[in-house]
Design a protein around this ligand. Structure first.
Ligand code: ATP
Length: 239
């Protein structure tokens, strides 16, 4: 039904080698919503994104997507189900053109149909990328590369977009643009899990937010409600 979450993470723990990072994480993502993970540098947001994408194994707990247990499903099959990571640091292919980067987003079986049409739709959404269609991705600004990374993710026909730190290192004007893209994607019905150090903007954009601290969910609630909580303002919003 419409009230079922699209994705739930329950009791998840994971980490690197012997080091536990994520501890008993519970989150859920409603279809068509923006869900934000906020918290300090090093809190474990990227680690959680990687575990959801299947790039790190779950040590305990479960991840369910669209009613199915995907805890042990390999990354490529998660992508095949529409779980698409737009990684921190953008990771565009710098020596390929903008168009080639976008086409590579559509390399999975799920996304191989109508590539031309969807490429044109992407250029409509991101006119800047159209202007630079044949330019090497590595020659673009950080903000342009972020738009490209998002566009490449969208080419994979995501059912959930895992957007990891999309504003990292960007100038304020580009930060604003990234957030307006997020709003447009939501208006178009996309489901977004967003990780952000820019807590205020992320919670303003989010239907639901999770504050992550030391690998644990410290607080959660509707984005606007979190913004209004005195402790959240004091500890996470710089006032
Ligand atoms: P950031 O904004 O820096 O991405 P974050 O909340 O996403 O912060 P993570 O990147 O998930 O935090 O890092 C959580 C912890 O895991 C940190 O203490 C970090 O040093 C550690 N960590 C991250 N990657 C590795 C790795 N490959 N090996 C070992 N430890 C790691």
């Amino acid at each position: 039904s419409a009230s079922e979450p699209l994705m739930t993470v329950s009791g998840l723990s994971s980490g690197y080698g012997p080091v536990t990072i994520l501890r008993d994480i519970d989150i859920s993502v409603a279809p068509g919503s923006v869900t934000a993970l906020v918290g300090a540098n090093g809190a474990g947001k990227t680690t959680l994104m990687k575990a959801i994408a299947g790039l790190l194994p779950a040590w305990s707990g479960a991840i369910r997507f669209d009613g199915k247990d995907i805890t042990r499903v390999p990354t490529h099959e998660r992508v095949g189900q529409g779980i698409v990571l737009v990684p921190e640091g953008r990771m565009v292919f710098t020596l390929l053109s903008v168009e080639q980067n976008l086409r590579l987003g559509a390399i999975t079986p799920r996304a191989r149909d109508n590539i031309g049409d969807r490429l044109e739709a992407m250029f409509k959404r991101f006119p800047r990328l159209q202007e630079r269609r044949r330019q090497l991705a590595g020659s673009m600004s950080g903000g342009e590369q972020q738009m490209l990374a998002i566009g490449r993710g969208l080419m994979a026909k995501p059912r959930i977009v895992l957007l990891d730190e999309p504003t990292l290192g960007l100038a304020p004007i580009m930060v604003k643009q990234v957030f307006s893209v997020i709003e447009e994607l939501k208006a178009d019905g996309y489901t977004i899990l967003l990780s952000e150090q820019n807590s205020r903007l992320a919670l303003e954009a989010a239907d639901h937010g999770y504050i992550i601290e030391n690998g644990r969910v410290q607080l959660s609630g509707p984005g606007r409600e979190l913004i209004d909580m005195p402790d959240v303002r004091r500890l996470y919003l710089g006032r």
